[in-house]
Ligand binder design. Structure first.
Ligand code: MN
Ligand code: MN
Length: 309
C-alpha cells in the first residue's frame, strides 16, 4: 500500500512557522502513532500540540546560543502511518520514512508514543555507519521491560529491544530521571549491561552547578561517539508536564532538563526525538510548551555548533 493512502496526519502547522522541508540541514517530522501505550492514549496528537506551542517562540533567537534555527530548519509535517496495523508493520513504515529524511537532514522527530524510537534508532544506526550508537535517554520509565504485559512489544520495551538488537552500545547508554514502579531486573537493566542510570531520586536538589558532576560523567562516557537523544516528556515532574499518558510524580524540573540539553550541546549528536506528549491531559499547554522549548534548545545548540567560526 502506498504511504499516501494512509489518511491520518495530525499537523498542518510547521514548527516555529519555519519553511516547508526542502534542502535545509535540519528537519522536523511528526510521528503521530500511539497504538501501544500502557493506559492512556493521545500521544498521536503530540506533534500538532508541540508545533502550536512552538509559535510562542517568536523569532526563535535562543538566549544561550544566540542563534535562531529558523533559517536552517524545514518541517516535513507528519509521517503517514497505518495506525490500525500490527506494530511490526507500523515500525517498518516509520523506519523507511525516517531513513529517507536522515539521508539528507539532521532530524528531530515529534512523537507519538515511545515505541517509535526503536524504528528511529534502526534508521539512525544504518545512516551512521552501522556501529552501535550512544544513547542519552530521559524518561520516568526504564523502558527495558522484556514484554508489554504479555505482548511482545510496547512503549516500554524499546530500550531493551534496542540493546538486544545492537542498535545502541550498552557502555555508551545513559538513562536520566528513572523513577517508576517496576521489578529490579528491568529498572537496572541498563546498568547491568554496563551503562549508567541517574535516577530522579539521585538528581533531587541538583540544578545549575550542582549537575556538573553528572554532566561530566555523561561527557566522559559518551565521548565523541555518534549519540542519539530521546526525550520522553514524562521525565519531567507532572507539575511541569501533566499532559502525558503515564505521569510519575517526583520528576525532574524543566530547568534541570534544560541544563542537560544546553550543557551537552557539543556532543556528537545525530538526532533526537521528543515523545509521549498527550495534549488531552495537558493544562495551560504546560507540556507542549516544555516540549517545544526543549526541542528548540536542542536545535539552537546544533545550529550554533554547525555555524561556529
Ligand atoms: Mn518512555
Ligand atoms: Mn516514560
Amino acid at each position: 500500500m502506498a504511504i499516501g493512502q494512509f489518511a491520518y496526519a495530525s499537523s498542518t502547522q510547521r514548527f516555529m512557522a519555519c519553511a516547508p522541508l526542502a534542502d535545509q540541514p535540519f528537519a522536523i517530522c511528526g510521528v503521530p502513532y500511539d497504538g501501544v501505550v500502557t493506559n492512556r492514549p493521545g500521544a498521536r496528537f503530540g506533534p500538532q500540540a508541540i508545533r502550536t506551542a512552538s509559535l510562542m517562540l517568536c523569532d526563535a533567537i535562543h538566549p544561550v546560543f544566540d542563534v535562531s534555527p529558523l533559517a536552517h530548519l524545514g518541517d516535513a509535517l507528519d509521517m503517514r502511518l497505518p495506525n490500525a496495523s500490527p506494530l511490526p508493520e507500523v515500525r517498518q513504515h516509520i523506519e523507511r520514512q525516517a531513513a529517507e529524511l536522515m539521508a539528507r537532514h539532521h532530524c528531530v522527530f515529534l512523537g507519538g508514543d515511545h515505541s517509535v524510537t526503536l524504528s528511529l534508532l534502526r534508521a539512525a544506526k544504518a545512516r551512521h555507519g552501522g556501529e552501535p550508537l550512544a544513547l542519552l535517554h530521559f524518561d520516568a520509565h526504564c523502558d527495558t521491560w522484556t514484554d508489554h504485559f504479555g505482548e511482545p512489544s510496547g512503549h516500554g520495551t524499546w530500550t531493551y529491544e534496542a540493546l538486544q538488537e545492537g542498535l545502541v552500545s550498552p557502555a555508551h547508554t545513559v538513562q536520566v530521571g528513572i523513577r517508576s514502579s517496576g521489578e529490579r531486573a528491568a529498572r537496572e537493566y541498563v546498568a547491568d549491561q554496563g551503562g549508567q542510570i541517574f535516577t530522579a531520586r539521585a538528581l533531587r536538589g541538583l540544578d545549575g552547578a550542582g549537575l556538573a558532576p553528572v554532566l561530566q560523567a555523561i561527557r566522559q562516557r559518551i565521548g565523541q561517539r555518534p549519540v542519539y537523544l530521546t526525550l520522553d516528556i514524562d521525565v519531567l515532574d507532572p507539575a511541569f508536564a501533566p499532559g502525558t499518558g503515564t505521569p510519575e510524580p517526583g520528576g525532574l524540573s524543566s530547568s534541570q532538563v534544560l541544563t542537560f540539553v544546553e550543557e551537552l550541546a557539543d556532543l556528537n549528536w545525530i538526532g533526537m526525538d521528543c515523545v509521549e506528549v498527550a495534549p488531552a491531559y495537558d493544562h495551560a499547554e504546560l507540556t507542549s510548551n516544555a516540549a517545544a522549548t526543549l526541542v528548540w534548545t536542542y536545535l539552537a545548540g546544533q545550529v550554533a555548533r554547525r555555524t561556529a567560526p
